[in-house]
Design a binder for this molecule. Structure first.
Ligand code: CAA
Length: 387
C-alpha cells in the first residue's frame, strides 16, 4: 500500500541508529558468546531476559504508563534483528515477550489487567507466552478445541496447546479457548492464565531442530481455574485478538529472519576472505561471490519490507498484507541465505565448529511459526483478491 504524503526516506533516524548500535554491542557481548552452548543444552536465556528488561527491550512498544518503552515499530524491528543476528532463540524469546504476550493486553485488556501484568513483563521480571496452536489446529486456528466453561467467578479451561514458545519459563500465558464450539471462531475468547493457577500443566519441553533455547513447551489445562477478570476483551473476541496480534508477530518473525540471515552472511563473508584454496582466498571465486551477492541483495530487500510494514503499523493503517509479505519474503530468503553461508564454509560449515549450521537450522522455523509460508500467501491472496 502506498500512503499519501509519506514521502520516501531510506535513512534511519538518529534514535534508530543509536538503538541499533546499543543492541548490537549488547548482543555481541552478552548474547552471542553463549549461543552455541544454549543451542546444545536447550537452556532458556533467563539472565539475558532480565538484562534486556533493564535496557527497556522487553516492552519496546508497550506504552510507558504500563512500564514499557513506548518506542516505534521500526525500533522494535531493529532490536529483534540485532538479537537474532547473535542468537535466534533469544530473538524469538524477546519477540514473543514483546508482542505475542503484551500486545493483546495493552490493545484489548481492561485497565486492571494492564496494570497487573504489563509492568513485570516489560521489565523482563516475568516471562510471557502465547497459546493458540493445538494438536489438531495449526494453520486452521479457528478450529481450536480447548474449552472454557464459565461457573460463577471462574472459567474452567480444558485442552492442550502445542509449540508454546517461552512456555517452559513463562509466568503468564495468553490462552485462546472456545466458550461455544458451535459458534466456530466467534466462540473463541482470550484469557490470561498464570502458571500457578490450579489445573495448569507443562506436559513436556519440545526438542526441536532450531531455536532450541526458546523453551518451547506442550501445555495442558485440566479444569484450569481462571478468574473471570482475566478474560481479555469480550467473550467471542478471541479470534480477532489472536489475528490482530499475529499481524504484528509476523513483523517480529520477518525481523528475526533478516537477523539470522545477516549473522550467517557476516560469518560467510569473513570466512571467504580467510579461507584459501587453489592459491587464493575463496572470495576471489565468482561462484562464491555470486552467493554473497545474492545473500546481501535479498537481505536488504527483506529488511525494506520489514521497515515498510512497521512504518504502516505506526501510521495506523491496515498492514496485514504487508506484514505477511515481509514474513513470506524474509523467511524464504533466510533459508536460502543460511544455506549459501553453510555452502561457503564447505565441510566446516556442516560441523558445530562454526555457527553457520545453527543459523541454517534456526532459519527454517521462520517459514513455519506465526503462520506458515502458505498461510502468509493465503493472507496476501485474500487481500489482493478480496474475500
Ligand atoms: N486481524 C483482525 N481480524 C481478522 C484478521 C486480522 N489480521 N484476519 C481475519 N480477521 C477476521 C475476519 O475479518 C473475520 O471476521 P468476521 O467473521 O467478523 O468477518 C474473522 O477474523 C475470520 O476470518 P477468516 O474467515 O479469514 O478466518 P480463517 O479461519 O479463514 O483463518 C487465517 C484465516 C489467516 C488462515 C488464520 O487462521 C491464520 O492466521 N492461521 C495461522 C495461525 C498462526 O499463525 N499460528 C501461529 C501460532 S503462534 C506461534 O507460532 C507459536 C509461537 O509461540 C511463536
Amino acid at each position: 500500500m502506498l500512503v499519501k504524503g509519506a514521502g520516501i526516506s531510506f535513512d534511519l533516524s538518529e534514535d534508530h541508529l543509536m538503538i541499533q548500535d546499543m543492541v548490537r554491542k549488547f548482543a555481541e557481548k552478552e548474547v552471542s558468546p553463549g549461543a552455541g552452548e544454549r543451542d546444545r543444552s536447550m537452556e532458556f536465556p533467563r539472565d539475558i531476559c532480565s538484562k534486556l528488561g533493564e535496557l527497556g527491550l522487553m516492552g519496546v512498544n508497550t506504552p510507558t504508563e504500563y512500564g514499557g518503552a513506548g518506542m516505534d515499530s521500526i525500533s522494535y524491528a531493529i532490536i529483534i534483528e540485532e538479537l537474532s543476528r547473535a542468537c535466534a532463540s533469544t530473538g524469538v524469546v524477546a519477540a514473543v515477550q514483546n508482542t505475542l504476550a503484551q500486545l493483546p493486553l495493552y490493545r484489548f485488556g481492561t485497565e486492571e489487567l494492564k496494570r497487573k501484568y504489563l509492568p513485570d513483563l516489560a521489565a523482563g521480571k516475568k516471562i510471557g507466552a502465547y497459546c493458540l496452536t493445538e494438536p489438531s489446529s495449526g494453520s486452521d486456528a479457528g478450529s481450536l478445541q480447548t474449552m472454557a466453561q464459565k461457573n460463577g467467578d471462574f472459567y474452567f479451561l480444558n485442552g492442550q496447546k502445542l509449540f508454546v514458545t517461552n512456555g517452559m519459563a513463562a509466568d503468564f500465558f495468553i490462552v485462546y479457548a472456545t466458550i461455544d464450539k458451535s459458534k466456530g471462531n466467534k466462540g473463541i475468547s482470550a484469557f490470561v492464565v498464570e502458571r500457578t493457577f490450579p489445573g495448569f500443566k507443562i506436559v513436556r519441553k519440545e526438542e526441536m531442530l532450531g531455536v532450541r533455547a526458546s523453551g518451547t513447551a506442550q501445555i495442558a489445562f485440566e479444569n484450569c481455574r481462571v478468574p473471570v477478570s482475566n478474560l481479555i476483551g469480550e467473550e467471542g473476541d478471541g479470534f480477532k485478538i489472536a489475528l490482530t496480534t499475529l499481524d504484528s508477530g509476523r513483523i517480529s518473525i520477518a525481523s528475526q529472519a533478516v537477523g539470522i540471515a545477516q549473522g550467517a552472511y557476516d560469518a560467510a563473508l569473513k570466512y571467504s576472505k580467510e579461507r584459501s584454496q587453489f592459491g587464493k582466498t575463496i572470495s576471489n571465486f565468482q561462484f562464491v561471490q555470486e552467493m554473497l551477492v545474492d545473500m546481501i541483495t535479498y537481505i536488504e530487500a527483506a529488511r525494506l519490507l520489514v521497515y515498510r510494514s512497521s512504518y504502516l503499523k505506526d501510521k495506523g493503517v491496515p498492514f496485514s498484507k504487508e506484514a505477511s509479505m515481509a514474513k513470506y519474503f524474509a523467511s524464504t530468503m533466510s533459508e536460502k541465505a543460511t544455506s549459501h553461508a553453510l555452502q561457503i564454509h564447505g565441510g566446516y560449515g556442516y560441523t558445530k565448529d562454526y555457527p553457520v549450521e545453527r543459523f541454517y537450522r534456526d532459519a527454517r522455523v521462520t517459514e513455519i511459526y506465526e503462520g506458515t509460508t502458505e498461510v502468509q500467501k493465503m493472507v496476501i491472496a485474500r487481500n489482493i483478491l478480496g474475500g
